[in-house]
Design a protein around this ligand. Sequence first.
Ligand code: NAD
Length: 339
Amino acid sequence: MDIAVFSTKSYDRNAFEQYNAPFGHALTFLEPRLGPETLALGRGYTGVCIFVNDDCNAAVIDDLVAHGTRIIATRSAGYNQIDLAAAARQGIMLARVPAYSPHAVSEFTLALILTMGRKIHRAYNRTREFNFEIGGLEGFELRDKTVGVFGTGQIGRLVIKALHGFGCPILAYDRFPNAEVEQYARYVDQPTFARESDIITLHTPLTPQTQHLISDKILPLVKPGVFIINTSRGALLKTDKVIKCLKSGQIGMLAIDVFEEEADYFYQDLSEQVPTNDELVRLLSFPNVILTSHMAFLTDHALRNIAETTLGNFAEFEQTGQCTNQVVASVHDQPGARG
Ligand code: NAD
């Protein structure tokens, strides 16, 4: 199939070229993100491949379909960047990679917890400058911290199993409790979860129900000095409220791999430019904030699985008109919520 691959980075290209031989797709690698300004680049391709920060809104979908596109496949599990209603109206196939490596994200979550907990990010910077003082680098031990895991799907469950090894009490919250999780964690209601957790880590998709989850409803309930980790989607946090709570000390530590307005910044080298997003600048100014650029997925296993599954999605659709990994709109999926 002729496929336009948007938002291509070197690691995408390497993996797609390495695993394309059995599929034989004609791949055109494009660096820009798909969006209203760049959609012309995708015209005429039967398949369009996108990533988390592309903008697949109704106008983009209508235009691509009018120019012959029959399938859009995202190289991610989440698909909040696609207007599902518009895709359904146009009858275009949508596909995704339902699970490429939950281990990649769960291990990254643990890395963020341990890095922040022992201030390794600050220690690293000090010793690079030949400053071998350790004052101010006091950390905490996980064994007596209560960790709340919000969302006990594939990633949340792995986080819980890893945390179990540290011997800490674990609380869980999910719409659909999981029997296996109950061996390691205690499911509680949302207010109890907020009140009793020393550390809160988020592992739910971005939906209208979870958008701005960490905002006015939960923040007044949390323990003063709570440590929040978000490796899911930026808009689970209401950024201005979170900054306010960091300033007051209500949030004591924050580690995020995602940011509400990341689409305009992440995956680009902007080091030569004047920063324009005040919330991003403010977050990066706190010593108790770690921010990484949506890279929790970025491992060898995940890149291989993403490439093989995505190329397979296009091949299956080409051969059968169906796709096992089709994205189907449900009552929980509404267009417009960006992550
Ligand atoms: P999953 O579908 O296996 O699990 C999600 C869980 O969230 C499910 O158990 C579901 O019941 C629960 N949930 C959904 N809505 C809820 C609500 N309103 N209240 C409570 N629970 C709710 O997904 P996963 O594979 O574990 O991935 C979780 C999220 O991680 C993804 O949606 C994606 O946004 C994010 N992610 C981030 C990266 C990264 O690189 N940072 C990579 C992959 C996935």
